[in-house]
Design a protein around this ligand. Structure first.
Ligand SMILES: [Zn+2]
Length: 338
């Protein structure tokens, strides 16, 4: 089968590799229908996360179950499924508490930018749709595998409530999904921080009420202006840099909350400053599996259209161009058709 292999910074290739097989009785093998490039894949592409040997890449997928191990009972061959980027059993105490990405038995599907993928813990990880989804729903459903679920977790972690004010730091696919989540959870004012016109447009379409183009201290000052000098109730930090985290913490009112889902790189938090700010902080890899049934329902009913974050569709053979376009910020997110 064809699969995407990263050889080093900026070096993405499609190669022929053996098809994955069932290894454990709890595995499933799926044939991917669509997959995509994640902002976090760019950490390896840019050489920030070192790549020491050629390795398969990609962790977002929707597909058709091809084969299941002998212990798998909740999905069967032929079904259309969506799964989380981290495999979980969905039964341990941590999963039951809603934190599937810290499942006691978690495992990592990898190499999803390929024609076939082995998914560990299939019963706990995959959710089958009731029917075969229409073609136009495919991009929407694919976002539930990571970015939309991650934006949802950011909003939940930031405790967005009906009538509240939310700020979204970051205008990538996760930030834009965070705007959708804040709106669905009832935020009345949603301030999106973005400098890019096409992304601002999408943020407004998704429910943002204000756009702030300033960054750093100026960005914080602008948020304060828009929130009676107080700061926002909820801030969704969807970038993961020192600057974005600082901006998020400073933009939150005392007693408000920051949900952080951008993978932190070089972020340091001053304990005393946090103590006196009275700001709550929660984040981590999003337990997207916890939200799948609800979000699938919202997609099928037409309430949300997160698939609009895909502004580039390529065949799997063109995957290198997808990475390049996202790296150069010519594209928000690239969808790949195997
Ligand atoms: Zn678990």
């Amino acid at each position: 089968m064809r699969a995407t292999i990263i050889h080093g910074p900026g070096d993405i290739r499609v190669e022929n590799v053996p098809e994955p097989k069932i290894v454990a009785p709890t595995d499933a093998v799926i044939r991917t229908v669509a997959t995509c490039v994640c902002g976090s894949d760019l950490w390896s592409y840019r050489g920030i996360n070192p790549v020491t040997e050629p390795q398969p890449i990609g962790h977002e997928y929707v597909g058709i179950v091809e084969e299941t191990g002998s212990d798998v009972s909740t999905v069967r061959p032929g079904q259309f499924v969506i799964g989380s980027f981290i495999a979980s059993d969905n039964t341990c105490p941590i999963c039951r508490a809603g934190y599937h990405t810290s499942c006691r038995h978690r495992d990592f599907p990898n190499g999803c930018q390929a024609e076939y993928v082995r998914i560990p813990l299939a019963d706990g990880t995959l959710v089958a749709t009731q029917e075969q989804p229409a073609e136009e729903l495919m991009p929407n459903l694919l976002t539930l595998s990571d970015v939309m679920g991650t934006g949802w977790y950011a909003a939940r972690a930031a405790e967005v409530k009906p009538g509240s004010t939310a700020v979204v730091v970051g205008d990538g696919a996760v930030g834009l999904s965070g705007v959708i989540a804040a709106k669905e959870l009832g935020a009345e004012h949603i301030i999106a921080m973005s400098r890019h016109e096409s992304r601002q447009k999408l943020a407004l379409e998704f429910g943002a009420t204000d756009i702030v183009t300033e960054r750093g201290e100026e960005g914080v000052a602008r948020v304060k202006e828009l929130t009676n000098g107080l700061g926002a109730d909820s801030v969704l930090e969807c970038v993961g840099t020192k600057e974005s985290m600082h901006q998020a913490l400073q933009s939150t009112r005392p007693g408000g909350n920051v949900g952080f889902v951008g993978m932190p790189h070089d972020v340091q938090i001053d304990g005393q400053q946090l103590f006196f700010s009275h700001v709550g902080l929660r984040g981590g890899p999003a337990p997207v599996r916890a939200y799948l049934p609800d979000l699938i329902e919202r997609v099928f009913s037409g309430r949300i259209n997160p698939g609009k974050v895909f502004d580039l569709t390529l065949s799997l053979d063109e995957v290198a161009e997808g990475y390049k376009a996202m790296d150069e910020r010519r594209a928000i997110k690239a969808l790949l058709r195997p």
